[in-house]
Ligand binder design. Structure first.
Ligand code: SR1
Ligand code: MG
Length: 407
């Protein structure tokens, strides 16, 4: 019989005390539930003098953002924990350490990252993260390469994929990203001022064809173990350091979905900049920095991935000259398409981003929404003809020209 129930603060404290080596025996512990995400409870347990602390994350059996009418499997807590363990093994500096867990209670106790900032907030505040592109490029290259048929035993990969079947969370993505924005769905959420844009999305058949092709890839292309929800709210940063959290959407899917998530979210912050910075010169500097960062994410990923391929490839046929270049071009195209889908869903679908929704001025917010949609649609429409990261930047510029703004 399941022992599952949602934890209270006292239970979180006793769980924290039972983990060896974190808190000293005599310390009094405090606990606060700080979960502000869409799906889970998050307990922050600290010693009285705040020198030691941990996070206990517990899944609830429904989507918190909607309520009990949207049931969700608790198995996502196991999937998240096992992904964290794999990612931590592959990138120890870039992923928090798991201390303990219970699959019955659907919780994971892990390293506290309180001294870090959620990247989405840091970017809204205009902070600079000079190491981010290199770190995330490495995270993407190592986690994707070593869980794919390129860098892992192909029989073991099939076994592993069986442990990451994640139907409930994949269904959220299939609906929210690859269907709802293109039809009149009750899940959709946008202001009346952009009804024209929403209607255009519903009627754009050539766009639907591209989304259908990307949806099919998401459904069928079990290329590697993905994080599955790698937006800037799933990344903690300081100026020096980067930590990737929250892989509860993990499953074996197309690599470009993770890379596109990072780039799409940087572009969402890019379009939002006029809402957070009124000084023309600073605004241009910030916008340029974000485009540069989006470019650097890909270039860092690509060079790490090629190095891994050259040194660690296991499959002999995959060493055929030309195959690596072909693979990377396909991957870049997927990245462009998925980045575009991610941008579109955050404007008209369920669950938006603070970068844009937090803009106070209605007309500036609306301009950012329209620009996000223009870029997102361009990336989706033209994803299959992209040949370099500079083509992606050109599509971003083209969208800005199309909607009549200089950048
Ligand atoms: C119902 S969950 C809504 C969104 O939150 C998560 O972070 C994912 O992005 C999901 O699509
Ligand atoms: Mg999350």
């Amino acid at each position: 019989m399941s022992t599952y129930h949602s934890l209270n603060n006292e239970e979180a404290i006793s769980l924290a005390k039972s983990i060896p080596g974190i808190f000293s025996e005599s310390t009094v512990l405090n606990c606060r539930e700080i979960g502000d995400g869409n799906l889970n409870l998050v307990f922050h347990v600290t010693s009285e003098n705040s020198t030691e602390s941990i996070i206990i994350k517990q899944a609830v059996p429904y989507a918190k953002v909607v309520g009990e009418s949207w049931p969700l499997s608790l198995d996502r807590a196991r999937i998240e924990r096992q992904s964290l363990e794999i990612q931590h093994r592959l990138c120890p500096d870039l992923v928090p350490q798991v201390y303990s867990y219970s699959d019955d209670l659907a919780y994971t106790a892990m390293e506290d990252l309180s001294e870090y900032t959620i990247m989405r907030k840091g970017l809204i505040d205009g902070n600079i993260y000079p190491n981010f592109a290199e770190h995330i490029g490495q995270f993407l290259a190592r986690t994707l390469f070593f869980t794919s048929d390129l860098g892992m035993n192909q029989q073991e990969k099939k076994e592993l994929a069986g442990r990451f079947v994640n139907p409930d969370l994949c269904k959220i993505t299939e609906d929210l990203i690859f269907e709802d924005p293109y039809r009149a769905s009750a899940n959709n959420n946008y202001s009346a001022s952009i009804e024209d844009e929403a209607e255009a999305l519903r009627n754009d058949i050539p766009l639907h064809l591209e989304v259908a092709l990307l949806r099919e890839k998401f459904l069928t292309h079990a290329q590697a173990l993905l994080h599955g929800d790698l937006h800037t709210g799933s990344i903690f940063v300081t100026t020096e350091s980067t930590k990737v959290i929250d892989p509860e959407f993990a499953f074996f899917g197309p690599m470009g979905f993770d890379i596109g998530a990072v780039i799409g979210n940087l572009l969402l912050n890019y379009v939002a900049q006029p809402g957070w910075n009124q000084n023309g010169e600073d605004l241009t500097i910030r916008e340029d920095r974000l485009l540069e960062m989006a470019k650097d994410v890909w270039t860092n990923f690509e060079s790490s991935f090629r190095t891994l391929w050259n040194n660690e490839i296991l499959d002999e046929m995959f060493q055929t000259p030309g195959y690596q270049d072909h693979y990377l071009t396909e991957l870049l195209r997927d990245t462009a398409g998925f980045a575009g889908c991610k941008m579109i869903r955050r404007i008209v679908g369920l669950s938006h981003v603070a970068d844009i929704d937090g803009i106070q001025d209605d007309s500036v917010r609306e301009a950012a929404q329209r620009k996000a949609l223009a870029i997102g649609k361009n990336l989706v429409r033209h994803n299959r003809s992209v040949n370099s990261i500079y083509d992606i930047l050109k599509l971003v510029q083209l969208a800005s020209t199309e909607i009549g703004v200089s950048k």
